[in-house]
Design a protein around this ligand. Structure first.
Ligand code: KE4
Length: 428
């Protein structure tokens, strides 16, 4: 596969951007090769600077659930752009998108738009602290909630339980207010809450984790988490930046039938443009300025261009009552094909999926949390990634990420992935 143009661009980029990129995972470091420079995309396909065409199983890390350059979305963006892209003022589009988000996710009584998932979770954290007048938050090992300081924390060792900075630049005083529990282990949450009685403001969780690879929460675990938060007056926050509008109309909370107090969104609600949002119970959300005292603001929040792109995306889904059924059928077809290959070749790999997000882990252990996800053979995954790429299949360049199927993936695209998977697994 010729990559001279991408290699040349990456060399140049490293003179101007840290690590040559604007987000670490896309540097392809964990798969031992230079990143590809994508020139254009259409439907389920990407074309790179050297003209190589790939079937895309990242979808920009989730946003492109309709596939790339969906004509209704592009036309809407073009139309709005001719009237202006951002006014730093109110616009009708922000109301339209807010109403659709509420229609899809009944737990959202009011919602605030921001510009990324990180901004959404960061703001929801401040809001939960302002609402409860408490300082600590609980997150789970292996869950990622964007790069705000309070989320870049690793578990304190043993008794400490207090968080430790997981990145230079995060201060010990910040880290001490983040407690880390074990995913799918309710006892680990009980212990933290017991040790920090009446000081925990919020529990943040990816209800189906995507950032340690795809790891669905066990239903009973989420039920008990909800009960604990009710009993202890802790704000339960579902980080649905990835799962929102991905797993079902109402995201993971619809699938599990569990209502969080707040939900954070991103990715799909921007239709490929930068949008994040957080919303939930009115009594909490009305603490946000200017309705209430908790400050949060943003120059480009609610800009007409991004709002229109998100609105058009959700409107297409809203108008297609069979959208998730069709997407689910495509996924089942793909998953059955991949698993049949593994069975035939006697490859005992763990496969987790939920709706149209999934991960094949290079381990034979059941993957239910970060520790079990980390038993994966990341070197074998790296070899597999490169074999799939050479075969025209563009996967997330890290074992601990989720793969995505879009509404634009045809059976021909899915068959190609299954066939390429077969030759890659034989070559491994
Ligand atoms: P952004 O700030 O990247 O828009 O969203 C942060 C975020 C928050 N919550 C969840 C559950 C997320 O998955 C993310 C971002 N996801 C990663 C992919 N694992 C974005 C890709 C990247 O960092 O380049």
């Amino acid at each position: 596969m010729k990559t001279t143009k991408s290699d040349k661009l990456f060399k140049e980029a490293q003179k101007h951007l840290p690590g040559g990129v604007n987000s670490p995972v896309r540097a392809f470091k964990s798969v031992g090769r230079n990143p590809l420079y994508i020139k254009k995309a259409k439907g389920a396909k990407l074309t790179d600077a050297d003209g190589n065409v790939f079937i895309d199983y990242i979808g920009s890390w989730g946003p492109m659930i309709l596939g790339h350059t969906r004509k209704e979305v592009i036309n809407a963006i073009k139309k709005v752009a001719t009237d202006g892209t951002s006014f730093g003022a109110c616009c009708e589009q922000e109301i339209l998108l807010a109403k659709l988000i509420k229609k899809f996710v009944p737990s959202v009584e009011i919602v605030r738009m921001v510009n990324s998932g990180t901004e959404a979770t960061m703001s929801a954290m401040r809001l939960a602290r302002g609402f409860t007048q408490r300082e600590k938050i609980i997150k789970f090992e292996g869950c990622y909630h964007g790069h705000a300081d309070s989320f870049l924390i690793k578990a304190g060792s043993g008794v400490a339980t207090l968080g430790l900075p997981d990145s230079p630049g995060v201060t010990k005083s910040t880290a001490k207010d983040t407690l880390t529990a074990k995913y799918n282990d309710i006892e680990s949450v009980y212990r933290l809450v017991e040790k920090n009685k009446d000081s925990v403001a919020a529990v943040f969780i990816e209800p189906v984790a995507g950032n340690m690879g795809c790891v669905p929460a066990e239903k009973d675990f989420l039920i008990k988490l909800r009960e604990l938060c009710d009993a202890e007056k802790i704000v339960l926050i579902f980080d649905e930046v990835m799962t929102g509008f991905r797993l079902a109309r109402g995201g993971a909370q619809e699938i599990y039938g569990i209502t969080p107090d707040l939900t954070t969104f991103g990715k799909i609600i921007g239709g490929g443009l930068p949008v994040g949002a957080y919303g939930g119970r009115r009594e909490i959300m009305e603490m946000i300025a200017p309705a209430g005292p908790v400050y949060q603001a943003g120059t480009l929040s609610g800009n007409p261009l991004a709002m229109q792109a998100g609105y058009e995306t959700l409107k297409i889904i809203d108008n297609d009552k069979n959208f998730y059924k069709k997407l689910g059928d495509s996924c089942q077809y793909l998953y059955d094909g991949l698993l049949e290959v593994n069975k035939k070749l006697n490859k005992n790999l763990t496969f987790n999926s939920c709706g149209s997000m999934f991960t094949m882990f290079f381990t034979d252990q059941k993957v239910t949390d970060f520790d079990s996800a980390k038993t994966s053979d990341t070197k074998a995954f790296g070899r597999y990634f490169n074999l799939m790429l050479a075969g025209g299949i563009y996967l997330p360049p890290s074992q601990l990420e989720a793969w995505f199927v879009s509404a634009a993936h045809s059976h021909k695209d899915l068959d190609k992935a299954i066939k390429t998977h077969h030759s890659a697994m034989k070559a491994l």
